[in-house]
Design a protein around this ligand. Structure first.
Ligand code: SF4
Length: 602
């Protein structure tokens, strides 16, 4: 065991900035990360045990105890529940013979829940030893467990075709469908990969590239919507020994899966966009930060990168441009939604807990390893290639004035055709519902749990930064769904699980709001509870990062647009006229978890 651990640490040059990689390999190769591993890591990397344990305990996919030779992570997202997650949970418990959170006595199989794994178009789904199994049924569960017990390799089980009879790419080794339903400039099949790098770039200066990107008015596709051209310009101007280009592929917003499909179907486009960014900012290295849930893509993406190197689209003197040296490596996350925030992602890449940094300085000045860094989303990089190919002016003809171009939506829930759709910004919700075959719709969640829940009287609204902004997650709920019990409660539990715990507001208020919601659902609510929910949502705005600031949105948004659902739950003829005492509420919330009341970390 000691030899294995030492080998893994050496694999990463005893570099403590690569702690996350070491822990991932330890977890995969040893099945758990025990005391011996922590001690060896601490000794070799000259870190304290506390530092190692901080990182180790932060990520969902690390464990200090064995989780079984075969670890089954069943998705716990709203959409998974809508499509039979409970039935699959019961089937698994029956076939495996243990409850969730447990491992069989022989150590063969462990059952665990996990947050959205990016398969909302093909639920219920689970990850078993990094392979993805979708569209599970009780029969399929029975067969899978039987095959595992018989000793059949998981790779074999993961690639057995079923349903549509299609086999996945041999290097993907998972039965995941790419449900592309509508193509636009990014998903188009017309583009000849590498042509911008090899034919356009040699004729353009980095400043010209940035000017075109600025002229296109493209804003980051990950959700925050910062103008990409300005980000690149700031980074190019920043002084540093090295400049980094990071692609954020940590899509963890429940209901989002577009980056999974872009990376499966158009990986060359994403990597080409990263290389263009490298040229524009004077970048030395690109890093794809890929969520651990997509570990099954590793060999496939490494193969794509290798082929690009062979075509001289990565490496030294790319496209014959003297001194344009740029390569890309893949860095995996280990399960933490907050790492989608760019500074938390950088912390994670440096082997630490994924806690958002205080800003300024912004990553463009001091990012990865304190060097100037741009972080852009998968879709942004893919789109950039088409912008540089056709010019910024061309791009502005798509979309609206303040939201130029197209947007790729991940649409799931109660509709006939879940999948990804590339539409021009400015698309209405009503058109979107018609497009995907969604009828008798009660509500649409735009932008995932941190976004907005709207009802039919708002379906005239449009997708765009000035109206309904979204990173891409759209979940549709039919009339048969219980919005508060099945949707809002699940979203609140999600935020509670995913808080990094740094701010007292984010650590406490979602818990209190969830408990209040349960009180209402149990029939014990009074009118004052609704006022308190509203005000607690305001308290959350004092949180340090977007996760905490939006963690109350499921309640606040549903309270605004579906207030009648809350009112129907209230006890009749019970009234309180006490005013809301914010200080007392925060004190109460802190007492609840035994903390000193502080609104935020700083
Ligand atoms: Fe962590 Fe605070 Fe952000 Fe919540 S709001 S995730 S506690 S930094």
């Amino acid at each position: 065991m000691e030899q294995n651990i030492t080998q893994i640490i050496r694999r990463y040059g005893n570099d403590k900035a690569r702690l996350l990689d070491m822990l991932i390999d330890l977890q995969e190769e040893l099945g758990f990360i025990g005391t011996q591993a922590v001690e060896l890591l601490a000794d070799t990397l000259h870190m304290s045990h506390a530092d190692i344990n901080q990182t180790l305990s932060f990520y969902h996919f690390f464990s200090t105890e064995p989780r079984g030779k075969f670890t089954i992570y069943l998705n716990d997202s709203v959409v998974a529940h809508m499509f039979g997650r409970e039935t699959i949970r019961k089937a698994l418990e029956k076939e495996v013979g243990v409850s969730f959170g447990q491992v069989t006595a022989d150590g063969l199989i462990g059952l665990f829940s996990t947050a959205c794994i990016g398969m909302s178009d093909q639920e219920p789904a689970a990850i078993i030893n990094n392979k993805v199994f979708t569209k599970l049924t009780p029969y399929r569960v029975k067969e899978l467990v039987r095959h595992i017990r018989e000793g059949r390799p998981i790779e074999e089980l993961a690639t057995e075709s079923y349903g549509d009879g299609k086999n996945p790419h041999p290097l993907l080794q998972s039965l995941v469908s790419s449900n592309i339903r509508r193509k636009g400039m990014v998903l188009s099949d017309e583009y000849d990969y590498g042509s911008v790098l090899s034919t356009k770039l040699p004729k353009m200066t980095p400043e010209k590239i940035i000017a075109e990107v600025k002229h296109s008015h493209i804003r980051g596709r990950g959700g925050a919507g910062f103008p990409t051209g300005f980000k690149w310009e700031f980074c190019r101007r920043a002084k540093g020994e090295k400049h980094y280009v990071i692609c954020n592929a940590d899509e963890g917003e429940p209901g989002t899966f577009k980056d999974r499909i872009i990376l499966t179907e158009k990986p060359e486009l994403v990597f080409e966009g990263m290389a263009i960014a490298g040229y524009a900012i004077g970048g030395d290295e690109g890093i794809l930060y890929l969520r651990y849930e997509y570990r099954y893509m590793r060999e496939y993406l490494e193969d794509v990168l290798q082929k690009m190197r062979m075509r001289h689209l990565l490496g030294k003197n790319i496209a014959g441009i003297e001194g344009f040296d740029f390569d890309i490596r893949i860095q995996f996350g280990a399960g933490a939604y907050v790492c989608g925030e760019e500074s938390a992602l950088i912390e994670s890449m440096e082997g630490k807990r994924g806690e958002p940094r205080d800003k300024p300085p912004f990553p463009v000045e001091r990012g990865y390893l304190n060097q100037p860094t741009i972080v852009n989303n998968v879709e942004t990089f893919a789109t950039i290639v088409r912008i540089v190919e056709n010019g910024g002016e061309w791009f502005t003809q798509f979309g609206t004035e303040d939201s130029t171009g197209t947007k790729i939506l991940s649409i799931s829930g109660d509709c006939l055709f879940p999948g990804i759709y590339e539409v021009n910004w400015g698309f209405t919700i009503a058109d979107m519902l018609d497009m995907v075959g969604a009828y008798e719709v009660q509500a649409v969640q735009v932008g995932g749990p941190s976004g907005t829940l709207i009802g039919p009287d708002e379906f005239y609204r449009t997708l765009g930064y000035s109206d309904l902004s979204t990173g891409g997650s759209i979940i549709i709920f039919g009339r048969q769904r219980n919005l508060l019990k099945d949707v809002v409660l699940n979203f609140m539990n999600f935020f509670i699980d995913e808080s990094c715990g740094s701010c007292s507001t984010c650590r406490i208020m979602p818990l209190m709001m969830r408990d209040k919601l349960v009180k209402l659902l149990d029939g014990n609510g009074v009118a004052q509870d609704l006022d308190e929910l509203q005000q607690w949502g305001t308290v959350l705005l004092a949180s340090r990062c977007g996760l905490g600031q939006t963690a109350g949105n499921p309640v606040i948004s549903s309270l605004k647009n579906f207030r009648y659902l809350y009112e129907e739950l209230l006890q009749k003829d019970v009234e309180f006229d006490q005013g809301f005492d914010l200080q007392a509420a925060v004190q109460e919330s802190c007492d609840y978890v035994g903390r000193v009341p502080v609104f935020s970390h700083h």
